[in-house]
Design a protein around this ligand. Structure first.
Ligand code: KIV
Ligand code: NA
Length: 269
């Protein structure tokens, strides 16, 4: 759909005004973020944020498709990207293509995102050569939490070269943008300067070509834990708690419903 920003539009924004990205998982949130964002990501963070899963490892293709369809109904301008869930692409390029094609065809997203660096370059090249734009994701890759042993900063000290190599590998394989998650500020800046596609930072650097946050984190809706890289722009969780407590008190005191909320015998009353 030509009204939407496209992967080539995003790629052309390298070095320009920072690319604004947020996640969304539902139609009403998609409408809110579409008005202000360049990219809307249907992240596999949906598993933890909306489904109460302990990690993103339990997220399925079916969940991504259902949330992707909901988000698509709320977007009119932003580029929509859908995360490939754990175990939907790691077996090989053919498996990745089959599942990426389903995400694109069944949700209307224009691109997919998948986690991994050098070892995923072949898969990124396979998809992009066959018409599926790919956003890369290197540094902390939450689907590898068990292998990494936690959600730690990646690429400190001698480990920097590994992350640099990963970012270059997916960019050279054809990714139109690369998410850098939880890597040191200076490394993220250096990678950004070295790549000819935009970097989108999360816990990375203000010098990345764009930023992404989980929308429920920045709205204060998801409060199970708060990573250092989140800035809370609202406290909607606390606001919702106050509203629900007030409703509960009103019901118990028979203050709700009030006369204006109930119906009389006469039509129109
Ligand atoms: O799943 C997600 O929300 C993400 C972003 C935080 C980059 O992958
Ligand atoms: Na993700």
């Amino acid at each position: 759909d030509q009204r939407h920003l496209t992967p080539p539009d995003i790629r052309a924004r390298k070095g320009g005004t920072p690319l604004v990205t947020l996640t969304a998982y539902t139609t009403p949130m998609a409408r809110l973020v579409d008005a202000h964002c360049d990219i809307v990501l249907v992240g596999d963070s949906v598993g933890m944020v909306l489904h109460g899963l302990p990690s993103t490892l339990g997220v399925t293709m079916e969940m991504m498709i259902l949330h992707g369809q909901a988000v698509a109904r709320g977007l009119s301008r932003a580029l929509m990207v859908v995360d490939m869930p754990f175990a939907s692409y790691e077996e090989g390029a053919a498996q990745a293509f089959r599942n990426a094609a389903r995400l694109i065809a069944e949700t209307g997203a224009a691109a997919v995102k998948l986690e991994g660096g050098a070892h995923m370059a072949e898969t990124v090249a396979f998809l992009t050569a066959r018409g599926i734009p790919v956003m890369g994701h290197v540094g902390l890759t939450p689907q590898a939490v068990n292998q990494l042993g936690g959600y730690r900063v990646q690429g400190r000290g001698a480990d920097a070269e590994r992350i640099r190599h990963d970012a270059v590998a997916v960019a050279e394989a054809g990714a139109f943008a690369v998410v850098l998650e939880k890597v040191p500020d200076a490394l993220a800046r250096e990678i950004t300067q070295g790549l000819d596609v935009p970097t989108i930072g999360i816990g990375a650097s203000a010098d990345c070509d764009g930023q992404v946050l989980v929308v429920d984190d920045m709205l204060g809706m998801f409060t199970e834990f708060r990573p250092k890289f989140v800035r809370r722009y609202a406290e909607l969780g606390g606001e919702a708690d106050r509203a629900i407590a007030a409703y509960a008190e009103d019901v118990r005191a028979r203050r709700f419903p009030a006369p204006e909320h109930v119906f009389g015998e006469e039509p129109g009353k």
